[in-house]
Write a protein that binds this ligand. Structure first.
Ligand SMILES: Cc1ncc(COP(=O)(O)O)c(C=O)c1O
Length: 408
């Protein structure tokens, strides 16, 4: 087992070791992956890094010591609330990521609901983070098959509810398909049954408002929909901030009490926390604040335009390859599959991998999943060219294998 070195090493040696450690990683810089990263350009990268560095060691748990962080966090929350059309009196909490935002929302729903065997009801396209949160929180998850259009089947969700249901969940959009659930109908159902409605806009929170401004006809999903109790929106996704930045927004500041921890059961006096973290990195807040102010509405619109352009080019490319089909949609998530048994999608994926793309495979339908970000606008044509070549190669190989009598 590796032990701590007896003597420390010089930084240049370690710096070199880190660079070497990274050398075999898949490089996102050339845009040849459509998962795990969000990137615009070097100028924004510098803003993220320098803002983070300006608060690199400040602890956001200690807002009494660092009132600057309380102010920056407050401004980030306010900008997001106004983007998501929150009413007066709404509030929010800065978290480490989508998972923590969702965990806090489910905790709040459970605490508000106060049921003996609480359950949450959601479309089967919702992120597995809800199952993880429910596992931590001792709740049952009821996943209800989505409708044929891959959006929530609200009647089926209503039928899955009972007196133990504490929350309904909708995604805007979900990760598997990029579709936005029927949030308006879910809002009506939540109000009728007096349960919490959480909208998971971890992916869409900082993109949908700008796609809408560019003319995309997206269904309503934000606080303008009556009945929406909370929204999770990740600043470290399409908010384009450094990682470790998400928000849980609530319609009414009073709802924050449901995910507030307070105790004096130790020698140190009262301890209060609204998040699952104790120590919280100040750098993540500073970077998020700086990125939001640096991009402004114009910058986010530019990001949205680039994503639309990447989507358009790639969707057209897919349509031009016989035997491939993209699922309908207009968000940052694009899924495609094969409709031709002579073109197995697993082979196409492997052939793309050989051309240097990190391919994200979809289980159902058997396909390829892309989560597009602004950088992909620059490589979309290259992707299409490689996809065509990958399909031709696969078809050639498949035909040869079929001729040799090996069936798929
Ligand atoms: C729709 C959705 N919700 C939640 C999450 C979880 O977010 P995080 O990975 O930041 O914890 C993701 C991550 O991809 C997501 O796509």
């Amino acid at each position: 087992m590796r032990a701590l070195p007896r003597q420390g090493q010089e930084w240049p040696v370690l710096q070199q070791a880190l660079a070497e450690a990274k050398a075999r990683d898949h490089s996102w810089r050339r845009g040849r992956m459509a998962v795990f990263f969000y990137y615009l350009d070097e100028a924004l990268e510098r803003v993220q890094q320098q803002a983070y560095e300006a608060f690199w060691t400040e602890n956001n748990l200690g807002q009494r010591a660092f009132p600057s962080l309380a102010r920056l966090e407050g401004e980030v929350v306010e900008m997001a609330l106004s983007l998501m059309r929150a009413p007066e009196g709404a509030a929010g909490t800065f978290t480490s990521g989508g998972s923590e935002s969702i965990f806090l929302a489910m905790l709040a729903a459970r605490e508000r609901g106060k049921r003996l065997r609480p359950n949450i009801v959601m479309p089967d396209s919702a992120h597995l983070t809800f199952d993880r949160a429910a596992w931590y929180l001792g709740m049952e998850v009821r996943r209800v098959p989505a409708a044929a259009d891959r959006r929530s089947d609200v009647a089926a969700m209503a039928a899955a509810m009972d007196e133990q249901t504490v929350a309904l969940v909708g995604s805007a959009p979900n990760y598997p398909f990029g579709t936005i659930d029927r949030i308006a109908e879910l809002g009506r159902l939540a109000r009728e049954r007096d349960v919490w409605l959480h909208v998971d806009a971890c992916v869409g929170g900082f993109l949908s408002p700008f796609l809408s401004k560019l003319g995309a006809a997206l269904p309503e999903w934000d606080f303008a929909v009556p009945g929406v109790s909370s929204i999770s929106a990740d600043i470290h996704k399409h908010g384009m901030a450094a990682k470790g930045a998400s928000l849980l927004l609530v319609r009414d500041a009073a709802l924050k009490a449901h995910h507030r921890f307070e105790s004096s059961a130790w020698a140190r006096g009262t301890y209060v926390a609204h998040t699952a973290q104790g120590t919280r990195p100040g750098g993540a807040v500073a970077a998020a604040w700086a990125v939001m102010n640096y991009l402004g509405e114009a910058g986010y619109l530019d990001c949205a335009r680039r994503i639309q352009s990447a989507r358009g080019t790639i969707a057209e490319g897919i349509a031009s390859v016989p035997g491939l089909e993209a699922l309908p949609g207009e968000h940052a998530i694009l899924v495609y599959r094969s409709t031709d048994p002579a073109l197995p999608i697993a082979r196409v994926a492997a052939a793309l991998g050989e051309r240097g793309w990190l391919v994200s495979r979809q289980l159902d339908p058997d396909g390829i999943h892309l989560h597009l970000n602004p950088l992909h606008a620059e490589v979309a044509a290259e992707y299409v060219a490689d996809l065509r070549a990958a399909a031709e190669e696969t078809r050639g190989g498949a035909t040869a294998e079929m001729a040799a009598g090996r069936a798929y």
